[in-house]
Design a protein around this ligand. Structure first.
Ligand SMILES: O=C(O)[C@H](O)COP(=O)(O)O
Length: 336
């Protein structure tokens, strides 16, 4: 096998701007949609990928991965329109298989549930999308739905930045009774906010409804109520090594698109580029700018050692630098 045909290329990006990014509100597992600017970012990220593929004489990837949140779905769907793949897509949801000990089953950790109802033209659908809750944003605990400047004011700069960026920083747990949409619409309509309690305008979707496929087909015992970046790294590792990389490696051109979130993209980089716990604090991910990550497949080694990091670069490095700095400073600017 020659050097060049065992190179795996990942196109990794954070979704375009969401309604809550726009409002400077912690989003986490709240299911915000993209703004118009977010849709535009998705489209221009696909244009950048297209230009790069043409320049390098590489075919469009045939596989993509998103979280289970709407903002990554909308981003990838919009990108596929621009890449001419939207008619070809086949959508699958990955659910966890656990062994008796409630650990991921080592032999068959994930089950693929096809969610497209149209099976008639399956043969033409050669762009495979896989969605997994393991690619979701970090669960931002009780900070979800709250304005960043307000939290900064309450916790002070040091604690605010520690929880946002330290590898082990973790927000207080969410009170799911209060901060999750009610399963029963009638009960939701009747729910009264006690005097002096804050009304949560932005809530996490009811999990039984949002993750119905996971509840129906898989073992779902581990959905979090607050996470540090290290928690996200742990939940992502099996997905990356047991599913994403082996699938991408088996495609014709060994490339794939991954659309994640600020913290899930930071976690992917931490895992694949071997970034230290300390250095990851300074990594901020801009919305909607693709990063190319190249890995070399090393034959004859076990999972985690079988992909060696080679190179990574943004397709618009200048804009990525400016926008990453803005992400870092969220909450601090006046007038937010
Ligand atoms: O969940 C969120 O609000 C953002 O996507 C990430 O926020 P952060 O950059 O403050 O960690």
């Amino acid at each position: 096998m020659s050097e060049s045909n065992n190179i795996i290329k990942l196109f990794i990006l954070r979704h375009g701007q969401s309604e809550l990014n726009h409002e400077n509100i912690f989003c986490g597992w709240i299911d915000a949609k993209l703004t118009q600017q977010g849709m535009d970012q998705a489209r221009s990220s696909a244009k950048l990928i297209k230009q790069y593929l043409q320049k390098e004489n590489i075919k469009v990837p045939t596989i993509g991965f998103t979280s289970r949140l709407t903002r990554t779905k909308q981003t990838l769907d919009t990108m596929l329109e621009e890449l001419g793949q939207s008619e070809k897509k086949q959508v699958n949801v990955l659910v966890d298989n656990t062994d008796g000990e409630k650990q991921l089953d080592k032999k068959h950790p994930f089950q693929v549930i096809r969610v497209d109802s149209n099976t008639a033209s399956d043969n033409n659908k050669n762009f495979q999308i896989y969605r997994s809750w393991r690619l979701n944003e970090r669960h931002y605990g009780s900070w979800q739905g709250q304005r960043k400047p307000k939290i900064l004011n309450e916790y002070g700069k040091e604690k605010y930045m520690f929880i946002r960026r330290d590898y082990n920083g973790k927000p207080p747990v969410v009170d799911l009774n209060k901060e999750m949409e009610n399963e029963d619409p009638a009960a939701a309509a009747a729910s009264i906010v006690e005097e002096g309690e804050e009304e949560y305008a932005f809530k996490e979707p009811n999990r039984k409804l949002k993750y119905d496929i996971e509840y129906k087909y898989g073992d779902i015992t581990t959905l979090p109520d607050s996470e540090s970046l290290s928690d996200v790294v742990e939940r992502l590792k099996p997905l990356i090594y047991e599913f994403i990389l082996p699938r991408i490696k088996d495609t014709d051109n060994k490339s794939g698109i991954i659309v994640g979130h600020g913290s899930s993209v930071r976690s992917i980089l931490k895992i694949l580029c071997d970034i230290s716990d300390d250095d990851i604090k300074d990594v901020n991910i801009p919305n909607g700018i693709p990063l190319v990550l190249e890995l070399q497949e090393v034959r004859g080694t076990s999972n985690e050692k079988s992909f060696k990091f080679l190179n990574k670069f943004y397709l618009d490095p200048e804009l990525a630098k400016v926008n990453a700095e803005k992400v870092k400073n969220e909450g601090f600017q006046k007038g937010q």
